[in-house]
Design a protein around this ligand. Sequence first.
Ligand SMILES: Cc1cc2nc3c(=O)[nH]c(=O)nc-3n(C[C@H](O)[C@H](O)[C@H](O)COP(=O)(O)OP(=O)(O)OC[C@H]3O[C@@H](n4cnc5c(N)ncnc54)[C@H](O)[C@@H]3O)c2cc1C
Length: 122
Amino acid sequence: MVVNTPNFGIPKRLWKELVIYSQIDNKSVWAELNKNQLNLLSTQLTSSIFKVNGKSTFKEEFVTAGGIDLKEINFKTFESKIHNNLFFAGEILNIDAITGGYNFQNAWTGGYVASKSISGIV
Ligand SMILES: Cc1cc2nc3c(=O)[nH]c(=O)nc-3n(C[C@H](O)[C@H](O)[C@H](O)COP(=O)(O)OP(=O)(O)OC[C@H]3O[C@@H](n4cnc5c(N)ncnc54)[C@H](O)[C@@H]3O)c2cc1C
């Protein structure tokens, strides 16, 4: 069923909402979708606009889950393994530590190592 098969790594709860907004019944299977439904789903996936109403439950708001795949980073330099001379640090990486300063530590340490690498010290 469409509703149970999220694509592109989209979280299940978000996928379900996008499917509902695309006027796809929650019992529909992929093979039954008509062109209009597929177009609506494509539109939801590519040009949805969301209004932020507030923050989430206390203690859920501390760090963004997801980001650049850690396999793509050389952690000795924080340089991308895919693009030379491109460095990443902090929240943009797929690191979500428990709260208590670990996310700051991640951002600061990564920034420190990346800046040393960029300046040619390492
Ligand atoms: C409410 C809250 C509480 C938190 N509490 C804790 C905690 O107690 N302990 C902990 O360890 N972590 C905590 N965190 C997480 C921590 O704040 C982040 O992990 C950390 O700040 C990430 O640092 P960063 O430099 O990677 O990103 P950010 O701090 O987000 O810095 C990114 C910067 O880039 C700028 N920017 C964005 N787009 C552009 C652009 N196009 N051009 C130029 N500049 C741009 C932004 O304005 C921002 O200044 C908390 C986060 C939140 C939201």
